[in-house]
Design a protein around this ligand. Sequence first.
Ligand code: CA
Length: 257
Amino acid sequence: MTNMTYLDPATRPMPVVVGHAPHSILVIEDERDIAELIALHLSDLPAHVTLANDGPGGLQLALQQAWDAIVLDIRLPGLNGLDLCRRVRAQTSHVPILMLTARSGELDRVLGLELGADDYLTKPFSVPELQARVKALLRRSAVTAARTTEAMAQKPTLVEQGTLTVDRVQRRAWLSGVEVVLTPREFDLLWHFVQHPGRVFTRTELLADVWGHGHDGYDHTVNSHINRLRSKLGDERAEAAFIHTVWGVGYRFEVAK
Ligand code: CA
């Protein structure tokens, strides 16, 4: 007996909660064998896993309750995972999203479109790898919550750098008073940078500091998040105002004079 619910697209009922588990994970994948395999192994974490097998049903579920993580396939009937991810991000910036891609060409599209997914996994993937990635997303959410509490007690919670204001407690950022909507990972990355202005970080350091130990991430993961963050901070429109590339080394946050 696995701890999961399967949604029939014909009826698309409200999710049925089976038992209690510390995490709630939504898996949106139309290939039933893969979906059930994912659900089976994520329920070991432990987590309560809800399955949706098409795009519209997945989007509806993604928006109707708070999830600890969403695993999202790109190829889905009705609404593809790329558009679904974009629409979820337009409504909620906080839920961690792991995207599944069938081919490296799709991965390129994910990275190129900068949709706001937090991590990516290419099919076929191993069960331990899937579990490790999802655990990392869940752990980061938990660590973030704990850090927020700790920060409220003792550390500065608001940083202002030039026209940029970053609030660690609210996990929000503003540029000249206009809110910059960030994904959880983008916020963590920005907060890390503003804590250490002028310091150069390698991609490996950023993976360890922001993504956390045990994440077998890749340089392109860092690059794609940096690019999205830069785009949101307007670093593409003008001279890089905040995040500077240090060629052959990594990145440095510094407010342009
Ligand atoms: Ca699919």
